[in-house]
Design a protein around this ligand. Structure first.
Ligand code: GLC
Ligand code: CA
Length: 561
């Protein structure tokens, strides 16, 4: 099944740990995590066994979307640190054989970006405005938006500006927050600008880029009305191919030129530079187009986080994923968590109606069954780590952290919450500062009086220090999964689904010499048909195999052939 077996590149099989800098570790006690805070925790990362880290944005930003509104791509936000600290972090990661991937946000910048400020100060039709999507309004006096596009965060995708005399002027497009104006990628100046940005960071030694919303950059130049998401039939994060802004053909040329640059740097420096795209389109065969040989190295495959805890759905999704990515000769990239979705412990704590990606859980919502959620999350990730390709984990996932699901409105930060008048709770709950030490102030994240998002009291028991000491903890499970996956070379092995008659609630496959069995039912199932003459390698919970034949409810085991 693996078309890419002969020569392996690090990014094909890597375990990559996503750091959300402002919530990872605070070194100077202002309540916001920073680069030095990351450097302090390199021993923890090394001990976890990961191969690389991906850092969410740390650039200068007014924070309209927690750093995904960048006002200077060649800078470091004061709250995160400075260049000497960045350089020290890169070299210390490299000294520990850890790679570093940084986040590039090319669809939009911040309204405080110099280029946007210049566009505001320039006349309609000027070269400055042509870097963005400025249009006259419709209606008698231009008082209505140029088209009917909606923002991903809710509400309109257009904001009207006023000219220097305070009179109504043109409108600009923002597929996200009004603080995030979309660049006009038909303009060659934009393309050149970003090639320079990539080069700048490659020169500083980064190993790759995570590319934000890589399906969105190009738009139909006529900006026609589109009734897809607007008619409510579609979640705007899951676009269709007939739209004027999602996955247009032109977008692929952009990444072809990025790939050329990365290939050049790889051969010049003798290290392998890579990029991984956040491409939110379906079906998988369409998503895989971004990972064709002359485009991105990988794209996130979100399909397992979009389905519930159901063995049949998992079997189909795994097979479809491998087929779609093998067809373009790219590895698959598995993801269960990131900073945009309710954490798996929370999500899987619902039997049905789990929160949609991007929508969180608030104090007025039915609360998840956390114990069930964590058990299922451990089973799910134990299956995930046995799949061929690379794996991304999100900080705190290795602690089994749930979301903060009772965060009160006054602390909310995510624009989704405000732009939908609280209808969509948003993503704050999965972005809470990490608990490092159960006995310290703010659980060891910071000595500040308050942290940028408050931690719930329940984080106490998830603290890393407690889990380091507990052989049965989620943290120990992650270490074992990462290590064993590597030792058995599962990332580059061949997967075969096992056709069995045990139960439709049992997922079973072999990967290389290893047999993996997951029970998604809420009762134990006799799996003796699958366990014969096999030895247990690892289990998602200590008591997973009962009497050698019964697989406990909501658990996964790895067996040797
Ligand atoms: C991506 C990011 C998300 C951000 C959005 C706009 O989806 O992961 O956090 O809000 O892009 O940049
Ligand atoms: Ca700080």
């Amino acid at each position: 099944m693996n078309a890419h077996n002969n020569k392996t590149h690090w990014w094909e099989t890597a375990t990559i740990y996503q750091i959300y800098p402002r919530s990872f570790n605070d070194s100077n006690d202002d309540g916001i995590g920073d680069l030095n805070g990351i450097r302090e925790r390199i021993p923890y990362l090394k001990n976890l066994g990961i191969d690389a880290v991906w850092l969410s944005p740390f650039y200068k930003s007014p924070g309209a979307d927690a750093g995904y509104d960048v006002s200077d791509y060649l800078s470091i936000d004061k709250a995160a640190g400075d260049f000497p600290e960045f350089d020290a972090l890169v070299s210390e990661l490299h000294n520990n054989d850890l790679k570093i991937i940084i986040d590039i946000v090319p669809n939009h910048c911040s309204i405080e970006h110099e280029l946007f400020l210049k566009a505001l100060a320039s006349a309609p039709g000027s070269a400055e405005r042509e870097l963005f999507h400025f249009r006259d309004g419709t209606g008698e006096n231009g008082e209505l938006p140029p088209n009917n596009w909606k923002s991903h965060f809710g509400g309109n995708a257009w904001t009207q500006i006023t000219n220097p005399n305070g009179e109504p002027d043109q409108w600009y497009l923002h597929l996200f927050d009004p603080g995030q104006p979309d660049f006009n990628w038909d303009n060659p100046a934009v393309e050149q600008y970003f090639l320079d940005v990539l080069e700048f960071w490659l020169e500083r030694g980064v190993d790759g880029f995570r590319v934000d919303v890589a399906h969105l950059l190009s738009k139909d130049p006529l900006l026609p009305n589109w009734d897809g998401p607007a008619n409510g039939k579609q979640h705007p994060d899951f676009p269709t191919q007939d739209s004027p802004m999602f996955g247009r053909d032109e977008v692929h040329n952009i990444f072809r030129s990025w790939r050329e640059l990365l290939d050049k740097y790889s051969s010049d420096t003798g290290t392998e530079k890579m990029m991984c795209g956040e491409v939110c389109v379906q079906p998988l065969s369409w998503q895989a187009q971004w990972a064709r040989p002359d485009e991105m190295h990988t794209v996130f495959n979100f399909s397992l986080l979009e389905i519930g805890f159901d063995s049949e759905a998992w079997a189909t999704t795994i097979s479809n994923s491998l087929e779609a990515f093998n067809a373009v000769g790219a590895p698959t990239t598995w993801v269960l968590n990131n900073h945009d979705v309710a954490r798996s412990t929370t999500r899987l704590g619902y039997s049905e109606g789990y929160p949609k990606p991007g929508d969180g859980v608030g104090p007025d919502d039915p609360q998840p069954d956390i114990e069930k959620g964590l058990r299922r999350a451990c089973a799910a990730v134990s299956t995930l780590f046995a799949l061929p390709g690379s794996v991304y984990i999100y900080q705190g996932e290795e602690l089994g952290l749930p979301d903060h699901t009772t965060l009160s409105a006054q602390f909310r930060n995510d624009p989704t919450y405000f732009r939908t008048a609280g209808k969509r709770i948003g993503r704050d709950g999965c972005r809470i500062p990490l608990p490092w030490n159960s006995t310290e102030k703010n659980f060891g994240f910071s000595d500040a009086d308050s942290t940028w998002l408050p931690q719930p009291a329940e984080f106490d028991t998830y603290s890393a220090n407690l889990q380091e000491r507990d052989q049965d903890s989620t943290l120990q499970l992650y270490k074992l999964l990462i290590k064993t996956r590597k030792n058995l070379n599962l990332g580059s092995s061949t997967l075969r689904m096992i056709d069995h008659n045990v139960s439709p609630r049992i997922l079973a496959f072999t990967i290389g010499e290893t047999t993996v069995v997951m029970n998604t039912d809420d009762r134990p199932i006799n799996i003796s048909e699958l366990t014969q003459e096999k030895q247990l390698i690892l289990a998602s919970i200590p008591e997973a195999l009962v009497n050698e034949h019964w697989l406990a409810a909501e658990s996964t085991v790895w067996l040797s052939v």
